[in-house]
Design a protein around this ligand. Sequence first.
Ligand code: CMX
Length: 443
Amino acid sequence: MSVLKKNLAQRIEEWRPRTKKLLKDYSDVKISDVTIAQALGGMRGVKCLVTDISYLDPLEGIRFRGYTIPEVLEKLPKPPNAEMPYVEGFLYLLLTGDIPTKKEVKEVHHEFVHRRHVPDYVYQVLDDLSECHPMVMFSAAVVSMEKESIFTPKYKKGELNKMNLWDSTFEDSLNLLAKLPRIATYIYRKKYKNGDIITGDPKLDWGGNFARMMGIEKPYDDLARLYFILHSDHESGNVSAHTGHLVASALSDVYYSISSMINGLAGPLHGLANEMVLRWIQGVMKKMDNKIPTQDEMKDFVWDTLNSGQVIPGYGHAVLRKTDPRYTAQRDFCLKHLPDDPIFQYVNVLYEVAPDILKEHGKAKNPWPNVDAQSGVIQWHYGVKEYDFYTVLFGMGRSIGVLSNIIWDRALGYPIERPKSLTTQMLEELALKALEEKVTEPV
Ligand code: CMX
């Protein structure tokens, strides 16, 4: 058994009694009330999911296993001469809660190397779908590998029970993760570089090998590591994470779950927003004839967009109420590596004016930028100019977090998810009852 799996097994054993005790002794303690606004409003703020992989504080932003982004970037081991940590070590952290040693990271790396072979039929699927959107190719490639699942045949043979469900899920998850850099870069090179495929190098880490197979020089490897870590997890209520969790809760294997997660990420209000940001910025650049706009000029563009009833992409968030620290981490990378990039300068002017305008506009609860406001800019700078591909990158990162969650869901025996629905008439009756109670309240 690998060190990662052994340590994970130990953490699971230590954790299980906590969940068990909560269920046994405190099951009726209330954690949330649900209003009509929440039922009709996408369940915002309803506290009804549990995850220990990451926690999103509205004012502080994300913490992974208790660590802020700067702490994660500082504490995790890095490849030689690299600025950013190994994705392998980050996975170790998400799964066990521990900062791994370099030796432990190397072990995860070897696990990935053994599991990275992509079956031939996946390339056939990708070749046949090469006219489709890259997210369609990515989702289809993942679900096409379902027959590789170790979990599903074991389940069918009756070999699984609540105590060992996680074990074959872990195996499936590592097998899938190991293949993602090859699949994603094959999509990219097939679609946009005339099928000129670059072979991988098993000596390289997950992020470094991804950069190599994309065909992009340093420091793109560091950017890749940073990007995948930042996009991995944002607790469980966002569309992609929740979809992955929901599908897996039916004990669908991870190939089905991650393919569904990718489909959720493809929407413009979620993962596709990074593409929309770049489109928006480049639309402004065209109108400005590439001249950097003054703040006043940028204000006009922002108001034009808002007045035409559209959102400012890359701004706002369902939970966050401050600048997303994932935005800040990418901004720091830009300031170091591409401070003079013209698109970055546009992004900066937008940052100077958009929050105040959104406050004045008065609709968005969060006027600050989110992760997507910076990510496309950096990709463009390093030559990844094909917008459609950006969400595939997001999907690679998000898989790390969602798979970690699914493994733990299975380890802790979380059941199939099944919230209850009401009809509109029932809501009207509840509203009327509340009104009557208010009227009869003593003054
Ligand atoms: N520009 C203009 N209006 C905005 C806005 C923005 N960036 N963000 C929110 N609003 C509007 C909403 O459209 C909504 O309007 P209506 O009342 O007319 O429907 C109102 O403000 C209230 O919305 P909210 O409660 O602040 O935000 P939601 O939780 O409903 O939505 C989000 C969150 C991210 C979908 C929204 O802010 C948005 O559409 N942002 C732009 C797209 C984007 O950047 N998405 C990426 C988010 C990160 C991710 O998940 O990947």
